[in-house]
Design a protein around this ligand. Structure first.
Ligand code: R5P
Length: 236
């Protein structure tokens, strides 16, 4: 990954921490993916004392490891159903702050932890900044499904106009990717998504679908790290 992209992720993450993890914040959701690592990096720079009063809620196995390995206090969303702030990455964000998430297959828990927070902040590099969803992210909308339903869901997605729904296959294992929740993932290509709310509702109604990687009307603020080293902010 180019250092320009990594630097863009880092700047967006640092800005989000500096602006939103303020003195009175006690419960913080920690997203998943590569960008979120820079959030933890920034938190650690603030020193032990600043983090000691905060409980961190993970959104995946990876995010849980990140919290534990860096000596932060771990909680879970079943103990804390209402959080102050959640910060997370995204695969693409449109001009209305709707997002595609789940490139790493974590979108079920990510959505729960995002919706639990009073403020949901997305951090991303410039490659993810789009006018319309589907413009830049070409890997489809991630959909978590109960394993035995996947051929049914694939058929129903085709009936909804999906171009090429594909069962996500693992790289270092034979067979499909298994999510943290023991489910399968389907990546569903719908081209440009002009009405993400409508599409989300249609997919979510398919029997066997556990969660869809469309985050509609959830984000409050998005920070994009730009190529020139600046950070842009979009607010709802
Ligand atoms: O399932 C994964 C998550 O939705 C990630 O937040 C998303 O894929 C972005 O990841 P990254 O920061 O690595 O681009």
């Amino acid at each position: 990954m180019s250092s320009l992209i990594e630097e863009a992720k880092r700047r967006a993450a640092y800005r989000a921490v500096d602006q939103h993890i303020t003195y009175h914040v006690r419960l913080v959701g920690i997203g998943s993916g590569s960008t979120i690592g820079y959030v933890v990096e920034r938190l650690l720079q603030r020193g032990k004392e600043a983090n000691a009063r905060i409980v961190f809620i993970p959104t995946s196995f990876q995010s849980r490891q990140l919290i534990v390995d860096n000596g932060l206090t771990l909680g879970d969303v079943d103990q804390y159903p209402e959080l102050d702030v959640t910060i997370d990455g995204a695969d693409e964000v449109d001009e209305n702050l709707n997002a595609i998430k789940g490139g790493g297959g974590c979108h079920l828990r990510e959505k729960v932890v995002a919706e639990a927070a009073k403020k949901f902040i997305i951090i991303a590099d410039y490659r993810k900044n789009a006018k319309t969803l589907g413009e830049k992210w070409k890997q489809g909308i991630p959909i978590e499904v109960v394993p035995f339903t996947y051929t049914r869901v694939i058929k129903e997605l085709k009936d909804l106009g999906c171009e090429n729904p594909t069962l996500r296959m693992a790289n270092a294992k034979a067979g499909p990717v298994i999510t943290d929740n023991g489910n399968f993932l389907i990546d569903a290509h719908f081209g440009l998504v002009n009405s993400p709310g409508e599409l989300l509702r249609k997919i979510k109604l398919l029997t066997g679908v556990v969660e869809v990687g469309l985050f509609v009307d959830v984000a409050d603020v998005v920070y994009f790290g730009n190529e020139d080293g600046s950070v842009s902010e979009k607010k709802r």
